[in-house]
Design a protein around this ligand. Structure first.
Ligand code: CS2
Length: 496
């Protein structure tokens, strides 16, 4: 074990000095790039980058990843200073393993050099583009699927200035690729959205129409570009100073791009890669024809339950998901939500028992070594709740069933959006629709029913059949009244 704590920095020159079990699986810096990844956050580093490294290690291939951060200059500088190396610590209650990952072949900052990203997308060596850019980057109406471009995307699609948005970069990159006839490629959404492959195809197609893209380019995209859907899963909180200190302890050198994650990891991918792909299946990913049932399972039974835990926990002053889950009766409430609402709302993948899957999810959320902040999961509720909870409600109600437990999640989100916790302390509303939500709540009567009607009236968030459902409205008003009158803990104990 190296002992030069704090003295040196992770990089190619120190790889030989790392503890044997912490060294990369492949020789870093020797694999040529075949993948571009957009969105260099903690999740990508602990998920796709790890699968890709294992795939290259087991099956070879020029599948190094060029990691593109849209805006995070510090991260790009940090990784560049470390020769694109970073470590992943896998944490459970009684075990901690740290290993350096060697699959990043380069890093780029899109905001500083968008043309370099466009050029990469047009490079014949690049045959796969993966994306983790969060829900809000897909500028589509969640219900209608029509384009809802912000001013930046409009400018990307209608002027010659270098693109600044992710869809703008993709469309400009595909134009350049078609012009260069650089060969087929797959664009792979790894974001937590239903039918994410179809959604990305819809986004690209509608952006091309908006930009008056020439017919031959549209035809080229139609035949040369794959949009496989995927379900990705691993709990990877934002890194903290403790994450970096633990990595330094394990590695004996500083790693300022270290991430920590749970042991569990899953990736289900539709096999639609016209230009080939890394042997991700050799690394444990499941390749299939339709990832849809897996996406629904994960969005409803994991992410929906995560959001429930986050809003209720934040209101009750709990800092992490594991702390929140330890609140009396929350586990019972979530179990009933999973068994009575989530499991009844959709057909799971063959052979999967939703209740057993939910038990495993609760066990994962309880991992005490993963300090996942409730406020992190609570972010961007307007972008997350449709696929995590509102679709569950819509499907249950269409089948004539109660959606009472799922309604509790929405009520907790409304209470969270009102901006204060049970003890009166302020809660931040970090959401692209924060202004719209605040204005709607401020204009409504200051009663639970007023707040519920204000939120049900947000047609960019709530599906029309849910907004018009009197039973759903009554459930929401009842939950929100309880949350206001008694707070989270009594509401939970009265509920079960
Ligand atoms: C979480 C997800 O932040 C959130 O909203 O629900 O990031 C979750 O941790 C991952 O989807 C797990 O795979």
């Amino acid at each position: 074990m190296a002992v030069t704590v704090g003295a040196s920095r992770l990089g190619l020159d120190v790889v030989r000095r790392l503890p044997a079990e912490a060294r990369p699986l492949i020789r870093p810096g020797t694999v040529r790039a075949g993948v571009v990844h957009l969105g260099l956050g903690a999740f990508h580093r602990a998920h796709q980058a790890v699968y890709t490294e294992q795939a290259i290690g087991l099956a070879g291939g020029d599948w190094g990843i060029v990691g593109v951060a849209p805006r995070n200059a510090t991260l790009v500088e940090t990784l560049a200073a470390q020769d694109n190396l970073f470590s992943v610590s896998t944490l459970s209650a009684d075990d901690r393993r740290t290993r350096v990952v060697g699959s990043l072949a380069g890093v780029r900052l899109a905001a500083a050099d968008p043309q370099a990203v466009v050029a990469l997308l047009a490079d014949p060596a690049i045959r796969v583009v993966t994306l983790t850019v969060t829900e809000k980057a897909y500028q589509l109406d969640p219900a209608a699927g029509t384009l809802r471009p912000d001013a930046d995307l409009v400018a990307d699609l209608t002027t010659d200035r270098p693109p600044v948005t992710v869809p703008g970069l993709l469309v400009r990159g595909l134009l350049a690729r078609a012009a260069a006839d650089a060969g087929p490629i797959a664009l792979v959404s790894c974001d937590n959205l239903p039918a994410n492959g179809r959604r990305l195809r819809g986004l690209v197609t509608q952006c091309m129409a908006y930009a008056d893209t020439p017919g031959q380019v549209v035809d080229w995209v139609g035949t040369q570009v794959g949009f496989p859907g995927t379900m990705v899963d691993r709990i990877v909180p934002a890194s903290t100073p403790e994450t970096l200190a633990a990595a330094r302890h394990a590695l004996g050198v500083e790693d300022l791009a270290a991430v920590a994650a749970e042991p569990y990891t899953q990736w289900v991918i539709e096999d639609d890669f016209p230009g080939g792909r890394p042997a991700w299946d050799r690394a444990g990913a499941v390749l299939c024809a339709d990832a849809g049932p897996w996406e629904r399972l994960k969005l409803r039974a994991l992410n929906g339950v995560h959001s429930a835990t986050a809003y209720l926990g934040a209101l009750a002053g709990r800092e992490t998901i594991a702390d929140a889950l330890a609140m009396p009766h929350l586990g019972d409430v979530l179990r009933r939500m999973i068994a009575e609402d989530v499991a009844a709302s959709f057909a799971p993948p063959d052979g999967v028992d939703v209740v057993a899957y939910g038990e495993q999810v609760l066990e994962r959320f309880g991992n005490p070594a993963i300090r996942h902040r409730t406020l992190q999961v609570a972010m961007d509720g307007s972008q997350k709740l449709p696929q995590r909870v509102l679709h569950t409600i819509a499907d249950l109600r269409a089948a004539g069933r109660s959606a009472r437990w799922a309604a509790l999640v929405v009520a907790a989100w409304i209470r969270f959006s009102q901006g204060s916790a049970d003890d009166g302390s302020a809660l931040p509303l970090d959401d692209p629709l924060a202004e719209v939500i605040r204005a709607a709540l401020a204009a409504a009567p200051q009663t639970p029913a007023g707040a519920v009607d204000a939120i049900l009236g947000l047609d960019e968030v709530v599906p029309p059949e849910v907004a018009a459902d009197e039973q759903v409205r009554a459930d929401l008003v009842a939950w929100l009244t309880d949350l206001h009158r008694h707070g989270v803990l009594p509401t939970l104990s009265n509920a079960v």
